[in-house]
Structure formats: C-alpha cells, structure tokens
Design a protein around this ligand. Structure first.
Ligand code: NCD
Length: 359
C-alpha cells in the first residue's frame, strides 16, 4: 500500500511524476474534471488548519470527487477515547483515501500500519508535512524554472517548523542544493535533520543569525511563523517571537529573481509591504497547493496496489523493553503504539515514529 507519511516515502521519480502531473492539471484543467467521480477523500483533522484542509477539499472537488470528515477532533470519537488506528480502520470503509492532520507526532505512521486505504500525512506535530513540501517544490519549479542547484535560506522557527523539516528531506533528493539556516539559538534545526539528512546526503548547510548577511546569495527565501502552539514555556515564545521580520529594506538586498515562500499563516514575519513585490510567491504557493494535492490524490490511487510503488523498504525495527522514546508528543507516549526504533547509518537509535532520541 502506498501512503505519504514522510517526504522520503516518495522516490525522486515519484516526486517528478506528481510535479509534472500538477503542471499538466494547471495547463489542462478541464481534462481532469470528473476523473475522481465516485471517489471519496476523508479529511481527519485533529489540529487547526485553513489552507491544507480546504485545499484538499477543493482539490477533490475539482476532480469531481466527494469529501467527508471532521475539522475538530472534539466532534469525532477521539473525544470518547478512540485510537487513531481504530478511527482509520473505520473510515477506510467510507473513503478511498484519508488525509490526516494530528498534533501527536507519528500518529499517521501508526495509523497507516492498519489502514486499508492510502493515508496522507497533512502534518504531524512539529515533525513532518509532506504535502506542503510538494507544494513548495512545485512553487520553486514554477517560480525559478528549476529546483536543482538552488541556494535556499530557511528563516524563523526551524525547530518546530514541520514544513522546513520535510522540505529539507525532499531537497536531499536534488542535485547541488545549498541550505542556509537563519534562526536564533532557541529555534535551531533539530539535530536529526542536520545529521541524518544534511550530513548523510552531503547537503552543505550553514547556520547564521542575521538575514542581512545572506540575502544576496539566496535563490529562495523560505520564511516561517514561530510556532506558538508548540512552546511549553510562554516566556521563551515571547523572547523569540519577533526574531526575524522581512521588509522592503531587506528585500532590496536580495537577487532580482529570488522567490519568497512561506507556508502561511504569517503573523509578523513578513510585513504586508512585501506582498506587492513580484518576488513574493506565497499567495501563488497557496494555489499551487491545490493543484499538487489533485496530482497526489490521482497518483496515490493509481499506485495504491502497484508493487512498483511500495513504501521504501525499512530495516527491521529495534525493539528493546529497556528503551523509550523521549518525546512526550510522540504517538508511542500517547496511545498504545509500541516503543520501537530504527538504527541510523551513523549508528544512533531514533524513534520509529517521530525520529526523537532514545532513553
Ligand atoms: C503550516 C503548518 O501547518 O505546519 N501551515 C500550512 O500547512 N500551510 C505552517 C504553520 O502553521 O506555520
């Protein structure tokens, strides 16, 4: 069964197929209308969303399909204590594909272990957000004409920003990528992305603390919101919330054809004075999200039972009753998911579900 839980569930070839189908849908929208008639998408959203849920809904509607689901877990059986595995076992009888967002990390991976329909991860805590990544890749392709060879600056909350984690993972499949990380010390990129992704795949990265020093080098500036809801300590959030603000003066330092991306919602990190700059691509990015989700739904249903498009083969999990995942927000510390781990190429053990360190 093909699911999309993590960007690395897709091969480079599969990413290319989705991006080029999205471009074909943009060019010939009428050809795809009705292609999903009699098909149903379930959107199970345990955490707030505007763009992701509505763009999945709009995508399925444009393909002539139907959508069911919930946008507030309080109105679902989760409020009675139902597990995510039981919920997808049930919903798999009603829908052909499920898009799920959850505040618990690894919830979708755990759910996919028992699902009879493809699961799409629409965001799990601060861990991953692979459909935003497809949106970002399509946007970079359309804005710059290529993805290989770009220098991309990630700015803001690189610690909790799941869109950043997923995009860096996907970019590790491309050639000649350079990553610049612009964040205060409290919001730095997690070690597992630096070590298991950048260092393992040889993506050069540099950590800096001001935007000004790197603006002229960037082909893409990826701005992010400081993720208030993920902080355990409100004072810490107040200290870092306005760390980086993009304004016209900083845009003046950038290349004439740089693209500014932001997964949105924005709070203070991009002043509205930047919106009219032709390099501000974040509202075009939103529309790309709808097209790429159309392409993803079509492809996942096509690949569903095709052995040529399985999930990446994983090593066997390491299970040891002495070992525990250290992440309180991981599925294995919230539901009855087992504590299991994978050994990375550097020999470290990481949680199977959320990539956290092991105790
Ligand atoms: C992002 C998310 O939910 O992670 N938004 C989105 O899906 N477009 C980014 C954010 O919430 O800051």
């Amino acid at each position: 069964m093909k699911h999309l839980i993590d960007p690395t569930d897709l091969t480079k070839g599969e990413i290319d197929e989705i991006i080029s189908l999205a471009q074909d849908i943009i060019a010939h929208r009428d050809r795809y209308q009705g292609s999903m008639s009699h098909r149903k998408l379930a959107t199970l959203f345990y955490e707030p969303s505007t763009r992701t849920r509505l763009s999945f809904t709009a995508a399925m509607m444009e393909l002539g399909g139907n959508v069911l689901g919930f946008s507030d877990a309080r109105s679902s059986s989760a409020s009675k204590g139902e597990s995510v595995q039981d919920t997808v076992r049930v919903v798999g009888n009603f829908a052909d594909v499920i898009a799920m967002r959850h505040h618990i990390e690894g919830a979708q991976l755990y759910a996919s272990e028992v699902s009879k329909v493809p699961i799409i991860n629409a965001g799990d805590g601060s861990h991953s957000h692979p459909t935003q990544t497809l949106t970002d890749l399509l946007t970079i392709q359309r804005e710059l004409g290529h993805i290989d060879g770009i220098t991309i600056g990630f700015c803001g909350d690189l610690r909790f920003g799941r869109t950043v984690h997923s995009l860096i993972k996907a970019l590790s499949r491309y050639q000649g990528i350079k990553v610049i990380l612009i964040a205060p010390p409290e919001l730095k990129l997690p070690d597992y992305i630096k070590q298991d992704v950048c260092e393992r795949t040889g993506i050069p990265y540099r950590e800096v603390e001001t935007m000004e020093e790197v603006m002229p080098e960037l082909d893409v500036l990826y701005m992010t919101r400081v993720q208030k809801e993920r902080f355990l300590d409100e004072d810490e959030f107040d200290r870092v919330k306005d760390s980086f603000v993009l304004d016209s003066a900083r845009m003046a330092l950038a290349k004439k054809d740089m693209a500014v991306l932001h997964p949105l919602p924005r709070v203070n990190e991009i002043l509205t004075e930047v919106d009219d700059d032709p390099r501000a691509a974040y509202f075009r990015q939103v529309e790309n999200g709808k097209f790429v989700r159309e392409a993803l739904i079509v492809k996942l249903l096509e690949w569903k039972d095709d052995p040529a498009h399985g999930m990446p083969s994983e090593d066997k999990p390491v299970v040891d009753p002495e070992l525990r995942c250290t992440n309180r927000k991981c599925i294995c510390n919230n539901e009855h998911a087992p504590h299991k781990f994978r050994r990375t190429e550097t020999g470290a053990l990481r949680c199977w579900y959320c990539d956290s360190k092991v105790r």
